[in-house]
Structure formats: structure tokens, C-alpha cells
Design a protein around this ligand. Sequence first.
Ligand code: SAM
Length: 552
Amino acid sequence: MCTAAAMASLPQCGARRISARPLGWSIPIRCAFSSHSNLAVDIDADCATTTGADSSSASGQSKNPSFFPKKGQTLELVCESLGFKGKGICKAADTGFVLMCDRALPGERFLGRVSRKKSSYAEVKKLKTIVPHHDMVEAPCQYASNCGGCKTQNLSYQAQIKYKEQQVRDLIVHVGRFDHTDPDCADVIKPIVPCQEQYHYRNKMEFSFGADRWIPDVEEKGERSFALGLHAPGFFDKVLDVDKCLLQSEAANKVLAVVQENWKDSCFGLSPYNAHTHIGFLKHLMLRTGRNTSNGLPELMVNFVTSSYKPELLEPLVKKIATIPEVVSVMNNVNTSVGNTSVGEQEYTLYGKSSITEMLRGLSFQISANSFFQTNTKQADVLYGIIEECAGLRGDGSEIVLDLFCGTGTIGLTLAKRAGHVYGYEMVPQAILDARRNAEQNNIHNATFIQGDLNKINDSFGKEFPRPDVIISDPNRPGMHMKLIKYLLKVRAPRLVYVSCNPATCARDLDYLCHGVNEQDLSGCYQLKAVIPVDMFPNTPHIECVCLLELA
Ligand SMILES: C[S@@+](CC[C@H](N)C(=O)[O-])C[C@H]1O[C@@H](n2cnc3c(N)ncnc32)[C@H](O)[C@@H]1O
């Protein structure tokens, strides 16, 4: 059975047939996923806003109490587990119809309204908690219940990692089609590696300036005012004003506080960019924290993304920020497009230097405003250690490593000391330039970085480098393109380390690599040896996994 939570992200999963239910009756709903999901409750469904049952299946209703929700219906639900994007999963009794609710946490009994209905699952908006969830703790952040960033702050950390591990296991079994009853497979999924720091772990945060401040409870009244903070969940144009974010460093919070104290002051003449009218100056405030390599102290980059280049407007604010000792760089990216991106067409240094330093596994990296870099440095150190262990390089300097989706080259460069040669492949030209610079700066001479789109490779891919002994693949959330899967099945590398930030697409790709792709007439040739979930982002639904595959 394919889980609905996974279906939400995997289009190839088929919809399940379920029947409709009569309106206006008490409906038994129970929780989903685990074997002990027998918490049946009666609910008094409010069907005032729904119209007519599904006529195709309504006739069977009097005999069958099965349930098919309607948009607008209010239900009493109990959440048992966390699924895709950290949404709480509930399930209708009898039909197994899945209902997903943002911010519902396991054990929580709540009233929710069906906001969206698909053929295989429905989404529910939580209206009111009736009984709180298990493993409840007090959220330390005042914005926790409204901010889109940390959705699980009020769930104990032990429970957070337990549900993440369970989600990976469910996806590997149901989407990846690995049989957990097979003793060979049972040991493959390892316990999740927790993150030692659950707050202040992010080295980069991006806040938005907005003309439309989001005040959660009066949201519908259209109250308008300026804001600097995080986008309200589901809104491109509304911003939750925040003075402090517990995910970023203390030094970054000092900068945020200074900007907040000053930018709305009319004497500065600053205006937020309006996502509707496209008028206004300030778009984003990006704060990056690195470490000074000589004294180990934090060093900070502040990057203002603006719609035009007017340094005179920013100058008074820059002067105030520059008095914060940790600030070593103030940048200005100018982005004239109407989109939401923070990468500028031009970049200017307003104060100090144009990059900061970060250390990872003993190497030092220069990070500019737009460089990609792992956002949780300490846990990236742990992640890369696991990758290195999985890569299992002999260290005799003879092996070829292919680092696919290499970004700024960090994984490949940390492996280079034990490899014969590393070949990195990446689409973004600037990342390739950064990777080459990083290699030079760390005196690494056995690494070659090649720019190219791995979704567009053809049969000649692989001619630029010798046959790899170890392949690292670290794609973005959509996972690997079928063209790349075909290459990996053709090249038959002895070891493949798949690093993923989306366990759903990861499970799909592992299925292709190990079991083959029927529709493409391809046989699998790898054996799954280990899946190691790593918690890189506490208090959020994100899950990283390192998977080791060996040639079968
Ligand atoms: C998850 S990041 C991994 C970066 C790097 N491995 C690291 O640990 O820092 C994925 C990288 O894949 C790159 N990428 C995304 N789509 C790509 C494609 N179609 N072809 C090549 N690279 C791509 C992105 O630019 C990004 O640098």
C-alpha cells in the first residue's frame, strides 16, 4: 500500500477507491499509520457548507458507514503520526481515507475543516484543539504557533525524531518496496542521528520585508502595515513580523533587532517592496553566520536585497549595523525582477568584505551572499562524516569519486584526501566557480568541477571522467531524473551514496536503483545496505537521509 502522505509528493502512486458517506451523521474517524491506530471517536459533522453526497457512491451509504469527506465539512479528528511536510495524519475508519492537517501533532484530538480534497486524501485546517497531543512541551518561541518555519516546537525533541524515523521507515517500505519482514532488510534502516543543538543551529536566515503584515487572528480583516519577518504559511504577500528567531545565531538576532528598531522610522525613508503593486525598495534581509578561522568567533554577513541600487538610502542603517562587533560584511543584492528571489542581478559591498569564512571537516570555505552552503554547519559535519564512512574509500589514493549535485564542492572536497581524483557535477555556474576556489584555497589539486544539467544528460555522459568507484548523489527535493537513474544503472559503480533531503523521492529512486524500472525495461543492479536518517533541522518537518547502495 502506498501511503497518502507519500502520494502527496509522488505522482506515480495511484489513487485508492473509496466510497462516499451520508451527510449529517456521526462519523467514526480514527488515526492513521501505526498498528495501534484504533482510537475511534464519534464526531458531530457540521455539514452546513457541504452540498449533496457523491451521487456515484451515495447509494451504498446506508449499508456502509464508510467515509468520504467533503470540502468545508467540520470534523473531529485524532492525529497519530506525522507525514509529508510534517503534516498530522488522521484516517477515516473503514475506508482508511487519509486526512492531513498542518500543525496537528500525534495524539491531538481536534476540530478541523476540510479545506482541500483530492481523490486519495484530504487536507484539513485545524480550528480548535480538544485534547492536546502526546509529548507536549512548551514552545520557547513566541511565534511558534503562527510562523511557517518551526512547526513542531511544542513536540518534545525525542518525539520529533521518533516520528521522523518512522516516516522514513514507512516510505522505504511502502514507496521503496523494501520488505521489512526480510531479515536482510530489517537492519538496513538505522536509528535517526539526532542533532545536538535544537536551536540557533542555522547559519543562514532570510527574512522578507512586506507591505502587508500578517496578524493571524485578524488576518481576514485585511489589516495593513509594514512587516519584516517570515512569510505567513501559504501567503506570498503576507509577512509575520518577528523581532527574533530562535533558529539563528545570537549575533544574527542582534542585527535583526537593530534593523527592526530602525527601518520603519520615517526619517530613514525606507519602504518595503509590495508584492502586488511592485512598488517599494526593501525586499529581503539575509543574515549569514560563519566562523572566523583565526579566533573561532562568529562573523556575520548582512545582505539587503533591494529592488534598485540606492546605497544612500541604506547608509544610515548600515552605519548602525556596522557597530555590532560580529558584523564583518554588509552586502546589497539588487534584484529588479517582480519575483520573490533574493539573488541579485548586481551585487555591491556596502561595508567590510564580500564573503565570510566557514569551517567544515577541517576545510575552510569562503561563502558569498549567494553561495549554497549547508545551513546547519555542526550537523553538516556529522552528515559528512557519515557520508565519508559510507563512501568507504581505501585511502590509497587510487579511487575515482563522482560527486553529483556537488554545489560548491563541499562533499567531494572532504573526500578528496582519500581519493585518487574527485569529479564534481553541478548545474549552477557560480557554484562551480566557488567549488574551484574552495579547492584552491584548501590546496586540493585532485578535484575537477564540471558545470552541467543532470536532468539533460545523454549517452555521452561519463566520457569526461574515468569510471567511478564511488558515486555520491545529493539532489534537490525532486530527486533524480530518469536519465540519471539510467546512467547509474549503466555505470554500475561498486558503491553509491545517495544523500537526500526528501525521503519520499529518495524511496522512489532507491526502488528504481534496486528493483529496476518496469516501464523503461530496466533492471535494478544495486543492493540497499543502509539508510541513515539524520536530523539536520530540529523543530521542522525536514529529514535528511544518507543511503548506501552496493553493486548487487
Ligand atoms: C541539495 S544541494 C547539494 C549541494 C552539495 N552536495 C552540498 O552538500 O553542499 C543540490 C545541488 O544540486 C544542484 N542541482 C539542482 N538541480 C540540478 C541539475 N538538474 N543538474 C545539476 N545540478 C543540479 C543545486 O544547484 C544544488 O547545488
